[in-house]
Design a protein around this ligand. Structure first.
Ligand code: GTP
Ligand code: MG
Length: 357
């Protein structure tokens, strides 16, 4: 496991997530990428330092810490500009990556299908392109591990012209895959099987719900972004009606835009569904903010006007009896379930039947 130092800059603005909360989530991401978080540093500043982001003095202080603690990677919670990343790596003396690179790295390690791999490589190259300075030697300096993995790992080109050519080839390939998907969708529509998309923040329990309902065996992990490729399974309603449930990639606050763009095809499974189940981890302290981030992504992918059923999952884990009632109050209408204990499914199915049939 790579020993990691996390750095979050606190500009003192009042935001929905405090710097500490954002740092907690970054630590979860880092853990999901296989890092061992040694320290979470919160740097308070009035403004960003254009050259080194956190200021030269602070960077030198952290550099000493990295040496003393054998840190292998420093992960910044904000997106770094190309020059900032370069200057920081020079001072820190270890691999320096930002939140987007960390997320891309997790996606890269989870991509199994051909389509998933193409989408991840596309997102990685789109991230890289505007950041290449000069001849682009940054990649070789990274030296393996977190932040450098990917389907295109061996191929990650450093030449702008070749990257552009590769991006357009990958886009063509995706278009071909999308056409196939379109055909499958049309076939589905002809048979009039309603499609229900399980969506929500990463780790909300989407795959657990799919497995519990349909007896499927999608990988369930207490990790962020365990699922990347969509899985579709049949489910017969008690009324006998056949339905299809789809489990897809989870959402996150400030999901890198390149990633959303590259994953359009996967996310279309959600946008074209008849009903959206919005799974919320009711036991998470930031449940409401996570739900807001999910709604934002749903709007961004054109699923904003679909019928949505809010599902408060992990109700078994909620100890405060008032909490579920409070969350129901916040969301208007919501169904509380435990995907793990298979509780509340009757009410969930009632809600689905009410909204569609
Ligand atoms: N206590 C409790 N834990 C749950 C419940 N549902 C899921 N979990 C746990 O939450 C973690 C994440 O579950 P997943 O089903 O992988 O979540 P997901 O939404 O598919 O996550 P990603 O694919 O990573 O976005 C696992 O450790 C599950 O065992 C629940 O109802 N109660
Ligand atoms: Mg999953």
């Amino acid at each position: 496991m790579e020993r990691a130092l996390l750095v979050t800059v606190d500009l003192g603005k009042r935001e929905e997530w405090t710097a500490e909360e954002r740092s907690r989530e970054l630590a979860e991401l880092a853990r999901s990428a296989g890092a061992k978080v040694i320290r979470e540093e919160i740097v308070k500043r009035h403004s960003i330092c254009p050259a080194t982001f956190i200021g030269k003095g602070k960077a030198e202080e952290l550099s000493a810490f990295c040496k003393a603690e054998d840190i292998k990677v420093v992960i910044f919670n904000n997106d770094l500009a190309g020059t900032q990343a370069k200057n920081l790596a020079d001072i820190l003396g270890v691999k320096t990556i930002d939140r987007t690179q960390l997320i891309l790295d997790i996606f890269a390690s989870r991509a199994h299908s051909n389509e998933g791999k193409v989408q991840v490589e596309l997102a990685q190259l789109m991230y890289l392109l505007p950041r290449l300075t000069g001849k682009g030697t940054e990649l070789s300096r990274l030296g393996g591990g977190i932040g450098t993995r990917g389907p295109g790992e061996q191929k990650l080109e450093v030449d702008r012209r070749r990257i552009r050519a590769r991006i357009s080839r990958l886009k063509d390939e995706l278009e071909g895959l999308e056409k196939r998907r379109d055909m499958m969708r049309k076939r589905r529509e002809r048979f009039d099987i309603p499609m229900i998309a399980i969506t929500g923040y990463t780790n909300a329990g989407k795959s657990t719900l799919l497995n519990a309902l349909t007896g499927s065996t999608v990988d369930v992990k207490d990790k962020l972004f365990a699922t990347l490729d969509p899985t579709v399974r049949r489910f017969r309603m008690p009324s006998g009606q056949e339905t299809l449930f789809v489990d897809t990639v989870g959402f996150l606050t400030d999901l890198p835009h390149n990633l959303i763009e590259a994953f359009k095809a996967t996310l279309e499974e959600v946008a074209t569904a008849d009903i959206i189940l919005h799974l919320v981890d009711a036991s998470h302290p930031k449940a409401i903010e996570q739900a807001q981030a999910t709604v934002k992504v749903l709007e961004e992918i054109g699923a904003g006007s679909k019928p949505v059923i809010t599902v408060l999952n992990k109700a078994d884990k909620v100890t405060d009896p008032e909490r579920i009632a409070r969350l129901k109050g916040y969301f208007g209408e919501a169904v509380a379930i435990s995907a793990l204990k298979k509780e509340g499914f009757d009410k969930l199915i009632d809600a689905i039947l009410l909204s569609k049939f």
